[in-house]
Write a protein that binds this ligand. Structure first.
Ligand SMILES: Nc1ncnc2c1ncn2[C@@H]1O[C@H](COP(=O)(O)OP(=O)(O)OP(=O)(O)O)[C@@H](O)[C@H]1O
Ligand SMILES: [Mg+2]
Length: 124
């Protein structure tokens, strides 16, 4: 389930970078995945230097909300459900600017509890 969530997020990042590439000659699109771990949680950030989130980001978690011609709008709603079912948290943020350009793309931050020695989720 978590790998499906991850796939959806990388697909979104790739599409956002591709959209910017179509609008800007010579643009160097990048997608970064940053993984950190502390205090019983693991944080996975999927960052891109694409077009950035549209306004009203909170609505993007709702099913069928899409800004793409061939999108279903289900990607983020599925990711949110999967993350919540694992007692995790999902946030839509601005990515830090990548070196090659000052524009802020999108960052999706996924925070998940790790499993302790007894096989239980930390914090639950
Ligand atoms: N990395 C991103 N950068 C910019 N906008 C994004 C990004 N990820 C999602 N969005 C915005 O959120 C909307 C909803 O995303 P979601 O994944 O739910 O559906 P979709 O990508 O449009 O369709 P599908 O997932 O079926 O291909 C997108 O249409 C887009 O406007
Ligand atoms: Mg999507």
């Amino acid at each position: 389930m978590v790998s499906q969530a991850f796939t959806n997020l990388v697909k979104n990042a790739r599409e956002s970078v591709t959209a910017k590439l179509a609008a800007e000659d010579g643009f160097s699109g990048q997608v970064r995945v940053v993984v950190t771990s502390e205090d019983g949680t693991v944080t996975i950030r999927i960052q891109d230097n694409g077009v950035g989130f549209p306004p009203q980001r909170a609505r993007l978690f709702e099913p069928y909300v899409t800004n793409r011609d061939s999108g279903t709008g289900l990607g983020l709603s599925i990711v949110k459900k999967i993350v919540e079912e694992h007692d995790g948290r999902l946030e839509l943020l601005d990515a830090p600017a990548f070196e090659s350009n000052k524009h802020h793309g999108a960052e999706v931050k996924m925070t998940l509890p790790t499993i302790n020695a007894e096989g239980q989720r930390n914090g639950s």
